[in-house]
Design a protein around this ligand. Structure first.
Ligand SMILES: [Zn+2]
Length: 136
């Protein structure tokens, strides 16, 4: 752990929804993916904040810029999840496939917006389901 004192640069900033049901499993998954060191930001609805709210996008971009400046991050993990209240929840979709398809499209759109602002950061799209978290 003392090595962490001298560690200043790492690869990943993750942006997920604020939904408390997914925080623990998301953090555990991120720790496995990254070796345990990453920056982490929550936004209501994750992709929804980036696509639908300019103030949230600006706020998120301030964090990305700081993460880049202080920690030289190379990748941004963008994480949407199943039954997201910001998007109305699972009840607003005909079935799980429709819900996943919707989130995949939102992840694509949000990644496009962020790539325009930060062309040198690799955006990785992630979907958190009840039983697993996966890159999409
Ligand atoms: Zn959510």
């Amino acid at each position: 752990m003392s090595d962490l004192k001298n560690l200043h640069h790492w690869e990943v900033l993750a942006v997920s929804c604020i939904d408390g049901r997914f925080i623990k499993k998301t953090i555990e998954w991120l720790a496995l993916q990254t070796g345990g060191v990453f920056d982490y930001r929550t936004e209501v609805g994750a992709t929804k904040a980036i696509i639908d709210c300019e103030a949230d996008l600006d706020s998120c971009c301030n964090v990305i810029a700081t993460s880049l400046k202080l920690h030289s991050i190379k990748q941004l993990y963008l994480i949407d999840h199943i039954d997201c209240g910001a998007y109305g929840g699972s009840k607003d979709f005909a079935n799980k496939d429709e819900e996943k398809k919707f989130h995949t499209e939102r992840l694509d759109k949000a990644a496009e917006i962020l790539t325009e602002r930060y062309p040198n950061i690799i955006i990785k799209k992630v979907f958190a389901d009840w039983d697993e978290i996966k890159f999409v």
